[in-house]
Design a protein around this ligand. Sequence first.
Ligand code: ZN
Ligand code: ZN
Ligand code: ZN
Ligand code: ZN
Ligand code: ZN
Ligand code: ZN
Length: 377
Amino acid sequence: MSEEQTVSLVDVLEEDEELEEEASAVLAGSDSDHCSYPQGYVKRQALYACNTCTPKGGEAAGVCLACSYKCHEGHDLFELYTKRNFRCDCGNRKFTELQCKLYPEKEDVNTLNKYSQNFFGVYCTCGRPYPDPEDQVEDEMIQCVVCEDWLHGRHLGCLVPDCVELQEMICESCMNKNPFLWTYAAHLAVPGAAAQVKEETVTEEANTNLPKKEEKGDDVIQPSCKRSREEVGPSCRLNEFHAVGQKRVRSGAVFWPSAWRSKLCSCNACKESLSEAGLSFLLDESDTVLAYENKGKNNEQRQQRHDPLMSALDNLNRVQQLEIIHGYNDMKTELKDFLQRFAAEGKVVTPDDIRQFFEQQQSRKRQRVDAGRFYCT
Ligand SMILES: [Zn+2]
Ligand SMILES: [Zn+2]
Ligand SMILES: [Zn+2]
Ligand SMILES: [Zn+2]
Ligand SMILES: [Zn+2]
Ligand SMILES: [Zn+2]
């Protein structure tokens, strides 16, 4: 066995897991068998645009996961990752030839759908495709949580912080369209890279008239803050932030730490202005991509019951099931560790090594049986 084969075996194991995780994160929250159209504007779903059916120059359209499989098989598809509040367009008036196989009874258009350059396969402020054959620079694409476009890390106008997957990003253009976000940014956001203080414009069109009362539906606010605020009487958190007048450079994209949405003011006046700006989703923590991905993971776990191994186990009692699953996962992890050790040391795995591994497994299993902890049938 050559060294190359050894490494590739580990790679395969690892990559397989990574790909599986990545794919399930995007897809598991969406239905792969039924067109999502009857559900109306879906809160968040995996979306595709079809370059074969609705190419650039025409009207933009998006199709759901199931339609991408069943109605656009073999077509040139753009993977749009996930987008919020979208209703499947497959086969509607925008498609001159194609009929949706899953749900043909659609209205002409979905008037509330929002489209962007992404639906024609271009992204970022630079309007390039992804992957970009002419771009040699390795760079990650980050999705703005407001416009949902994808931007190159180097085109954000700020340094990309570590652990970016745990944070939400709002691009500079969306920040400037909603100036009150800069007030929040000064208090809640990850400090900007070019954090030199600049004068904050004092008047903000959207928020100068906010009343200092009316506080309802603030159950998202942390208990400690709630208490202290009840002591001083109801108020608007955004106004409070504004009054403090903390400064932040108003340029570049802004990164927000996890749970930042729960710190936004949800007084009636703020709710209203968020809704006018089309940003009500910012008060909804289940709108995040992270929440969507977690939903997908939970679905996956439930679906594991349909795994052939799992159904074979259905006939065993609960203790037996748990023991076997436990043993199976242990074995998988240990095999992976075992192979990784070889890769790390640059050593070649021989058939003897593999045999030895399984022999060790057997003897360990026997020890467990002897210890009376393994219930063999
Ligand atoms: Zn569909
Ligand atoms: Zn198509
Ligand atoms: Zn379809
Ligand atoms: Zn770019
Ligand atoms: Zn944006
Ligand atoms: Zn408020």
